[in-house]
Write a new protein. Structure first.
Lengths: 304, 360, 257
């Protein structure tokens, strides 16, 4: 029971990270109709900048505060130089160009920081655990991540439904020419949206720092999961991203934790462990396949 | 000339006067005449034929191994071009079939060496080193995987399709990583190359010619394919699938078959790479490998069949030579790729052939 | 009385809160040119998409040539003789004119799982490509990539492709859109010629063309057919006049475009 609650929360925490990653990506997909493979690179930039600043200054918070603008700025620069020219092009061009960006960023990080992974420590004030239920301690840091994610979710909701800029974004999404004719600076808007997306990715990256290793190529593994989240949730839909992220986070974590136990009920231990490992690694993709068969456009597709 | 006009011309959006014909013959794709394009192909073919001899004379056996690698990746790239350049299906998971073909060879080789069987009891299959058994099997396995993945993915289009093919390929990657019995992340080392009656594939030169034969055969088959009724349907689907349906074509089944054929081609390439390196690992099907093959197709010229051969050669040679100067050559290749995509879409083949943008 | 070629009964289609088709009904008799008109936003495109099979209705029935085709996919309807021409020219840009038409011929001549022989060598294609090119008047331009044709030539090809399979019913989607007066004259001549070969459902805004060509007219407003009958009846119908606010109805008898 203890284990189950713990794993449930871990799944939630992974889901929150994925939510942060996929919000930015699904916005870019839905609004600008651009497929951006390099999104993982901003996650990586956030992690690297955050880790470096944290190590230099000894303050985790400073690391986070440095990572956010770094990721946002990097995103806006990339948008202006490269992405902007891809909006009118077909998806293949976008894939290839952003693939080139991945190569560039990965190698750049190797040049600047070397091949050894960086390690970020969990800040002292978050290194304990909290008793969320009597007798069930859970790492404070992971709880903090969950809390941050929920806060961000609420902020985004307010941003899109209550502010002018949020309305402009939604207007730009549904009818670009009209919004432009009404005086909305579409170019600037797109840059800002992209920057928001990369900021969120950077946030996910810096928060992941203490949990995973900070190394070149770290963006790619989470990028694939992010794609799965978006396919399951529905392209362009933030609600879909939330649902998809939670589903993927939970299925992946719970699968890895409990499939071996489950399979041992039916198979011999040797086979069970092997099969469980294979099945656990494929579980999210099988989930995606199942959703596709049932709902090709995702669970909560955005209305166009 | 404004930058707009410049890109328009470079991107061949404005129809230009086509390169003059030297004679009148039907060339690689549709109506073409013998011109710079066919000459480029002829010269390349000639060079490829004599390469091992040249390598022998200059005592650089390494050239032969490098060239074999190029031929094998060229085969993978041509198979992708069938799906992508002619069928309009942007798949980011092509390396999955490449890897499956390779693992087919690797697994059967391992069992042959150890004298064990795949599965147990009534389903037991012994290992084998015979190319005539193992290679068709590898192709069949890749085709089957392509059938399953294609059947699921082709229900979607555009961005969805790209992401889904990517996800399925990664799924297979993680699956093979989890297979401890077959080396997991470390993969399998083959103890020897497969055997073909009458030949010694262990001899690099003979192996090279086998790879060359495979590529040439596949190119020829693909050339006939794209002009056939089937090929025309595929090309129509690329241009306008909606219209294809409304004139009466059940497009799904044709695109699926195209996907399967492309997967089979990649599987053959995979079987060859397993032999060439005498090693298979999950890295062969990682999505970044799919990306590399995609880059080869782009660099060489999409929808041209022969272009991807040039693209494979270009990319692999660049890797070889740039890595002599710096281990960080990718930091240059990345932006180079971006520039090519933005400004030189027709690829090397297009440039060489003085393309009028009329590919397929 | 012969059974109608196309019989549409009570099609309903919702988009969220918007009702695009509200029990839409229509009958097209064999050999007739039936025009479907209505103000902008009336749901004509939605109706047409449900007829061609590109859109699934929420409820309702469609009968074509004696078959219940409501669940049929697009390609099956096409092979049964229900052809469609699109408002925004929909052709195969990168293929030549000849290849465009050959594909249309190929669609109606068996399956295409033939991987070796050249498509152009097919007996059916060889036989029919000449007449097909002649019918669209593009013999001289046969080997030009379709993207390089002029606007008018593209539209000819567009319609020509729909006709290759000798369809029983042709769905014509606003063919006069964006046409200058010269093009419109040519188009009317073409459609007149077609009337002998094929039944036509013409969705159109150009009232001059509609009233000079149509045997019967149906009027669609807010997804519902409010009137259907001979041109004179429609012209005189007060409900129709009101729907159009009297703007586009020609005051005099049959203006030939």
């Amino acid at each position: 029971m203890l284990l189950f609650i713990e794993q449930l929360l871990n799944g939630l925490q992974l889901g929150i990270m994925l939510f942060l990653m996929s919000t930015g990506l699904t916005l870019v997909f839905g609004i600008m109709q651009v497929i951006n493979l390099a999104h993982g690179s901003f996650y990586m930039i956030g992690a690297y900048v955050g880790a470096t600043v944290a190590l230099r200054t000894g303050s985790f918070l400073l690391g986070v505060l440095a990572a956010l603008p770094a990721a946002a700025l990097a995103g806006m620069v990339v948008e202006t130089l490269v992405l902007r020219r891809l909006y009118k092009k077909d998806h293949l061009d976008q894939v290839l160009a952003t693939f080139g960006l991945i190569m560039f960023f990965n190698e750049l990080t190797r040049i600047l920081w070397g091949r050894q992974p960086l390690f970020m420590d969990v800040p002292a004030w978050l290194s304990g655990s909290v008793e969320i239920l009597p007798g069930i301690p859970y790492p404070s840091y992971r709880l903090a991540v969950i809390a941050v994610g929920i806060m961000v979710g609420v902020l985004l909701y307010l941003l899109f439904t209550r502010t002018r800029i949020g309305m402009q974004i939604r207007a730009g999404a549904s009818n670009r020419e009209m919004a432009g004719a009404l005086g909305v600076n579409i170019r600037l808007l797109y840059t800002l949206v992209f920057g928001l997306g990369t900021l969120l990715a950077g946030l996910a990256g810096v928060m992941a720092g203490p949990i995973l290793a900070v190394e070149a190529g770290m963006g790619e593994s989470i990028l694939i999961l992010t794609f799965v989240v978006i396919v399951i949730g529905g392209i362009g839909s933030i609600r879909g991203a939330l649902v998809g992220a939670l589903l993927v986070g939970l299925v992946d974590t719970l699968g890895r934790a409990f499939l071996p136990v489950l399979l041992r009920l039916f198979l011999s231990p040797a086979y069970a462990d092997g099969a469980a490992a294979s099945l656990a690694s494929m579980s999210v993709y099988l989930l995606m396949a199942a959703v596709l068969v049932w709902r090709p456009k995702g669970l909560l597709p955005a209305h166009t | 000339m404004t930058s707009g006009e410049f890109s328009q011309t470079v991107l061949n959006l404005k129809p230009k006067v086509s390169t003059p014909c030297l004679t009148d013959a039907v060339g690689p794709v549709g109506r073409r005449c013998v011109n710079r394009k066919t000459i480029a192909i002829a010269i390349s073919a000639g060079l490829l034929m004599v390469l091992p001899i040249v390598a022998g004379l200059t005592d650089e056996p390494y050239l032969v191994t490098l060239a074999s690698r190029i031929l094998i990746y060229a085969l993978a790239a041509v198979s992708l071009d069938l799906m992508l350049g002619f069928g309009g299906m942007v798949s980011l998971g092509h390396a999955a079939f490449f890897g499956i073909g390779a693992y087919g060879v690797g697994i059967l080789s391992m069992h042959a060496f150890e004298g064990t069987t795949l599965f147990n009891g009534s389903l037991a299959i012994g290992g084998s080193q015979a190319a005539l058994v193992v290679w068709p099997l590898a192709v069949l396995l890749s085709a089957a995987a392509a059938g399953i993945i294609g059947a699921l993915s082709l229900r979607t289009t555009g961005m969805h399709f790209i992401m889904i093919t990517l996800a399925f390929a990664q799924m297979l990657y993680y699956f093979f990583v989890s297979l401890e019995a077959y080396g997991g992340d470390d993969g399998i080392s083959l103890f020897a190359r497969n055997t073909l009656p009458g030949l010694d594939l262990g001899d690099d030169r003979q192996f090279y010619y086998v790879c060359l034969a495979a590529l040439v055969l596949f190119l020829f088959f693909s050339w006939r394919l794209v002009q056939s009724r089937f090929g025309m349907v595929i090309r129509g689907c690329r241009d306008n699938e909606r219209r294809m349906k409304s004139i009466g074509f059940p497009t799904f089944r044709y695109r699926l078959v195209c996907f399967i054929i492309a997967g089979a081609g990649a599987g053959l390439a995979g079987a060859l790479i397993a032999n060439q390196t005498e090693y298979v690992s999950p890295g062969l099907m990682h999505w970044t490998r799919s990306g590399e093959i995609l880059v080869m197709v782009l660099l060489g010229g999409m929808g041209t069949l022969f272009g991807p051969v040039l693209g494979a050669a270009t990319l692999l040679l660049m890797e070889e030579f740039l890595s002599i100067y710096t281990e960080h050559w990718m930091v240059f290749l990345g932006p180079f790729l971006v520039v090519v995509v933005l400004f030189a879409k027709q690829g090397i083949y297009g440039i060489l052939a003085g393309g009028n943008g009329n590919h397929g | 009385m012969a059974e109608a070629l196309l019989s549409v009964r009570s099609l309903v289609k919702h988009y969220g809160a918007v009702q695009a088709s509200d029990h839409f009904c229509l009958e097209v008799a064999r050999g007739e040119l039936h025009a479907l008109i209505g103000p902008n936003g009336a749901g004509k495109t939605t109706a047409l998409n449900q007829l061609s099979g590109e859109l699934k209705p929420d409820s309702g029935e469609i009968y074509f040539d004696g078959h219940y085709i409501t669940p049929w996919p697009v390609h099956r309807r096409a092979r049964m003789g229900l052809a469609r021409s699109y408002q925004i020219t929909s052709i195969f840009d990168r293929l030549t004119v000849k290849e465009n038409l050959s594909l249309a011929i190929q669609a109606h001549n068996g399956h295409s799982f033939r991987f070796w022989r050249k498509a152009g060598d097919d007996p059916a294609t060889r036989r029919e490509i000449g007449p097909a090119l002649e019918r669209v008047g593009l013999e001289e331009r046969a080997d030009i990539p379709a993207v390089s044709l002029s606007h008018g030539e593209k539209r000819q090809l567009e319609v020509g492709m729909a006709l290759v399979g000798r369809p029983k019913l042709l769905l014509l989607d606003e063919p006069y859109a964006g046409m200058g007066p010269g093009g419109a004259v040519e188009l009317t001549k073409l459609i007149r010629r077609l009337k002998d070969e094929v039944s036509i459902l013409l969705v159109e805004h150009d009232m001059g063309a509609v009233f000079s060509l149509a045997d019967r007219i149906s009027v669609l407003v807010y997804g519902r057919t409010i009137a259907s009958g001979a041109p004179e009846t429609i012209r005189a119908d007060p409900a129709v006049r009101q729907a159009y606010l009297g703007d586009e109805m020609p005051a005099t008898e049959g203006t030939d475009a």
